[in-house]
Design a protein around this ligand. Structure first.
Ligand SMILES: Cc1cc2nc3c(=O)[nH]c(=O)nc-3n(C[C@H](O)[C@H](O)[C@H](O)COP(=O)(O)O)c2cc1C
Length: 226
């Protein structure tokens, strides 16, 4: 598969088949993801990979707490700046609206939205859930390194016939996840990544997100006709 095909066919998959993904496949995936560049070659990522009963135990633990703590635990970092401004605010709003529209859940249907949102904490039924951590002392450059690691993983997953979904939502349950992961004290949970085979029969996977035009986010200097 060409890199462009991997990039164009990658979507955030929010419904997976129950087809398992083996330890070998996950190791193969991580072996390519680790080729991601990082400033100073720090490789500031730590991955905890879960499947089967061990994964079910985390999912169950959160499910048991959801009614008592609907907002989860306070994330260790701001998933978005506290008050989002334009144009980001509108982009985020549209993303939410488009997502719920493709499963026919209206803005007023709070319960429908909640039900879809909490599917995050089942990894949308992915057979494998990865938890991505980095050292609490790391700053923006290292967070971007971890981003590149995740993107390399997500692209190579496409070549392997797999789909993925990066999920910051897991940061809401970092203490509960930590009970199962047992990370060292210095680590912070950035996100989860579900890995598996996409179930195309679910309308949620038909969501096509848009992007702003290149000319809107790039200024060209010194090129012909620029
Ligand atoms: C770091 C990161 C965290 C994300 N967290 C979530 C999440 O918690 N739940 C979710 O449903 N989607 C999550 N997404 C998916 C984004 O909403 C998605 O990438 C964006 O809307 C673009 O859509 P696409 O991935 O299908 O191209 C996350 C994506 C990234 C890169």
């Amino acid at each position: 598969m060409k890199v462009s095909d991997a990039a164009n066919s990658r979507i955030s998959c929010r419904a997976f088949k129950d087809q398992p993904v083996s330890l070998n496949q996950i190791k193969q995936l991580l072996n390519v993801a680790k080729q991601a560049p990082s400033g100073g070659n720090l490789q500031p990522w730590e991955v905890f990979a879960f499947t089967g009963k061990k994964l079910e135990a985390i999912i169950q633990d959160i499910e048991n707490q959801l009614s008592e703590k609907p907002m989860g635990e306070k994330a260790e970092y701001d998933v978005y700046p506290p008050s989002l401004w334009e144009p980001y605010r509108s982009r985020r709003y549209k993303n939410g609206e488009d997502l719920y529209a493709c499963i026919n859940v209206s803005r007023e249907d709070k319960e429908g939205r909640r039900k879809q949102f909490v599917r995050n904490f089942k990894f949308f039924d992915a057979p494998v859930g990865l938890f991505l951590y980095l050292d609490k002392g790391m700053g923006p450059p290292q967070w971007s390194d971890v981003g590149m690691f995740i993107q390399t993983l997500m692209l190579y997953a496409r070549e392997m016939g797999l789909h993925t979904c990066a999920q910051e939502a897991w940061a809401m349950w970092h203490s509960t996840v930590a009970k199962h992961v047992k990370p060292s004290e210095n680590l912070m949970l950035f996100c989860g990544v579900g890995v598996g085979y996409m179930d195309e029969s679910f309308p949620i996977n038909s969501l096509q997100t848009d992007r702003v035009d290149v000319e809107e986010f790039t200024k060209f200097y010194g090129f012909e006709n620029s």
